[in-house]
Unconditional design. Structure first.
Length: 528
C-alpha cells in the first residue's frame, strides 16, 4: 500500500473510532439518584380513573346486570373487577364528564324495573336504562376497593338536587333519604372521598363565564355536604372546583382569587384541570392503530406539553396559595385519538398501543415531579373509552398496554419522590426533538427504592448507569414493557403482545447498570 492508501485507511479508522465513541457516549445515560433529599409524597390518588356514562364504558364494560351469562357479582363483571383490583385503583370519577351536568341521580335508584329510560344526550343520544346508578357505583367501588369521586350536576341541576344526593349517599341519621337508601338495600352510609362541583363549566357544563361559575361554586360548596359522621373530622370529603381545559389562566385566576378571600361559609380543596394529548388538535385525527414512528414521536412531543400546562396553572395557584392547600387535580387526561373505524364516533372507542403506554408513563412521571401540587389525576377513561385500561367485547376482555403501566407503577402509590439528576440526551426525528430518556425514583414506606426509566427512542436501546447517594444498593430486579412496534396492541385474539417481562439489571460497587430496550417502560426495585 502506498502513502495515500495508508492515509485513507487511517482516515476510515479514525472515522469509525469517532462514530463508536460518539455512539457509546450517546447511548449511556448516567443517573444520579439522591435518596438523602426526599421530596413530596406521590399521592396514590394520582393513579385515579375516570368512568363516565359514555358508550360502553359503564354498560357492557363494567355493568352487565345480574342476569347476564357473563360472570358477575350483583351485575358487575368479575373479570373487570379482578383486573382493577390488581392495579389498586385509588379513586374513580363518575358519572362524568359532560354527562355529569345532565345527570339526575333520582332516575338511577330503586328497583331496576321502576327506573325510567332516559336519553344520554351527552353521548350519542342512546337510551340509558339507568340500571347502573348510585348504589351500583358504590357497589363497584366496594368490589374494586376504591374511593368514589362523584361529580355533581351544576349545569342542569340545582344545589338542592345535589345536596339531596349527598344526603342520600352519606346520611346516618334517620332522614327520609337515609331511609330510602336503606330500603334500597344499603343501611350503612357510604363514604364519598371527593366531590367535583360541575364539569368543564366553560363548555359542555353550561358555557359559563368564570365569574358566573364562581358564583355557582360558592353556593354548591356552601350547601352540598357530606353528612357521614365518620367523615366529619377525619377523611373529610374534598371539594373540587372546575378549572380550565386550556393553557390560558384567566379561569384559574378567577377561582383562586375568590378562594383567597373566602369566608367560613364555603371552601374548596382542589382545582380540576383537563388536558388531553391531541397531536393534531381538534377534531382529533391521530390513528390508534396502524401508525408509524412519525406519529409516535409527534404524539410524545405533544404529550410532554403537560409539564408546561401544569406550570402555567401552578404559577397562578402559587400566587394565591403559596402553602399549596389547594390540590391541582388533573381529572381528565390521556391520548384522544380518532375513533376506530366501524364504531359509533360518539362512543370514543380507540385502540391502545405501546405508544399509549409510553405516553402514560411520561405523564405519570410529570405528575410525580409536580406531586407537591398535583395530588390527584384521573386518566380518561377506565374501560372501552379513550385511553382505556381494559377493553371488552361481550364475554371477552383484554388488558391494554396502559393497564400494564398502571400495574408496574403500583409501588409508586404514596411513595416519597426522590430526585434523579440526568442528561436525557436528544432524539431528532422528522423535525421533532425529544428527550431520549425519562426517569423518576421514589422510596416506598418500607424504605425500598423504586426507579422508573422510559426509553422514548423508537429504535435504539440505552445503557443506564446509575449511582446513589443516601443508600447502598446491593441488588436490583425489575420488569420492562415493550413490543416489536410502536403501534403494537393487545387484542382479544392476541392479548399478550404488550406485557411486562423481567429485565436483567446488575449492581456492582453500589452502581446499577442495565440496558433499556427501545420504546419501553421499565420499573426497577433496589435492595439495600
Ligand atoms: O372524556 C370525554 C369528555 O371529554 C368528557 O366528558 C368531557 O369532560 C371532556 O371534554
Amino acid at each position: 500500500m502506498n502513502f495515500s492508501g495508508v492515509r485513507i485507511v487511517l482516515r476510515i479508522f479514525l472515522l469509525m473510532l469517532t462514530c463508536a465513541v460518539a455512539l457509546s457516549a450517546q447511548e449511556t445515560v448516567h443517573l444520579s439518584i439522591d435518596a438523602s433529599k426526599p421530596g413530596a409524597k406521590i399521592d396514590r390518588n394520582i393513579f385515579g380513573q375516570f368512568a363516565e356514562n359514555l358508550g360502553h364504558g359503564l354498560y357492557e364494560g363494567i355493568w352487565v346486570g345480574p342476569d347476564s351469562l357473563i360472570p358477575n357479582t350483583r351485575g358487575i363483571r368479575n373479570d373487570v373487577v379482578t383486573a382493577l383490583q390488581a392495579i389498586k385503583v385509588p379513586n374513580v370519577r363518575w358519572p362524568g364528564g359532560c354527562f355529569a351536568d345532565q345527570y339526575h341521580w333520582r332516575k338511577g335508584i330503586g328497583p331496576a324495573d321502576k327506573r325510567p329510560a332516559t336519553l344520554n344526550s351527552a353521548w350519542g343520544g342512546v337510551v340509558d336504562t339507568n340500571s347502573f346508578g348510585t348504589d351500583e357505583f358504590m357497589d363497584f367501588m366496594l368490589q374494586i376497593g376504591s374511593q368514589p369521586y362523584v361529580s355533581v350536576n351544576v349545569g342542569s341541576g340545582t344545589p338542592q338536587e345535589a345536596s339531596e344526593w349527598l344526603e342520600y349517599m352519606t346520611a346516618a341519621a334517620p332522614t327520609a333519604l337515609e331511609k330510602e337508601r336503606a330500603a334500597n338495600g344499603h343501611p350503612d352510609p357510604y363514604k364519598v372521598g371527593f366531590m367535583g362541583i360541575g364539569n368543564e363549566s366553560w363548555s359542555c357544563g353550561g358555557d359559563m363565564t368564570a365569574d358566573y361559575y364562581v358564583s355557582q361554586l360558592k353556593i354548591y360548596s356552601r350547601f352540598v355536604d357530606n353528612v357521614n359522621p365518620s367523615q366529619k373530622n377525619a377523611n373529610q370529603m374534598l371539594k373540587i372546583a372546575v378549572g380550565p381545559g386550556f393553557p390560558e389562566t384567566e379561569w384559574t385566576e378567577a377561582v383562586m382569587k375568590a378562594w383567597k378571600s373566602h369566608d367560613w361559609s364555603w371552601n374548596i380543596d382542589g382545582l380540576s384541570v383537563h388536558w388531553y394529548t391531541t397531536p393534531n388538535g381538534w377534531p382529533v385525527s391521530t390513528p390508534s392503530v396502524g401508525f408509524g414512528v412519525e406519529d409516535y414521536t409527534k404524539t410524545l412531543k405533544s404529550t410532554l406539553f403537560m409539564d408546561d400546562f401544569l406550570r402555567k396553572q401552578e404559577a397562578v395557584m402559587d400566587k394565591y396559595d403559596p402553602e399549596k392547600k389547594i390540590a391541582l387535580v388533573v381529572d381528565e387526561w390521556g391520548a384522544w385519538h380518532a375513533p376506530l373505524s366501524g364504531t359509533n364516533k360518539d362512543f370514543l372507542v380507540q385502540q391502545n398501543s405501546l405508544r399509549d403506554a409510553v405516553l402514560a408513563a411520561l405523564n405519570l412521571n410529570i405528575f410525580a415531579r409536580h406531586a407537591d401540587r398535583v395530588r390527584m389525576t384521573n386518566i380518561a377513561q377506565m374501560v372501552n373509552v379513550l385511553q382505556a385500561m381494559i377493553m371488552t367485547d361481550k364475554e371477552k376482555m383484554v388488558l391494554t398496554p396502559t393497564y400494564y403501566v398502571y400495574k408496574m407503577y403500583v409501588p409508586f402509590q404514596d411513595a416519597t419522590f426522590v430526585p434523579v439528576d440526568f442528561d436525557p440526551g436528544t432524539l431528532h426525528r422528522d423535525g421533532i426533538t425529544l428527550p431520549r430518556i425519562d426517569a423518576i425514583a421514589a422510596k416506598d414506606s418500607s424504605g425500598k427504592l423504586w426507579l422508573e426509566i422510559t426509553n422514548l427512542d423508537p429504535e435504539k436501546p440505552v445503557e443506564i448507569d446509575a449511582g446513589f447517594t443516601g443508600l447502598t444498593a446491593k441488588s436490583a430486579k425489575g420488569e420492562t414493557l415493550t413490543a416489536s412496534a410502536v403501534d403494537s396492541v393487545n387484542t382479544f385474539e392476541k392479548p399478550s403482545t404488550v406485557m411486562p417481562k423481567p429485565v436483567s439489571a446488575s449492581v456492582k460497587n453500589g452502581r446499577l447498570t442495565l440496558t433499556v430496550e427501545p420504546k419501553s417502560v421499565t420499573v426497577i426495585s433496589l435492595e439495600q
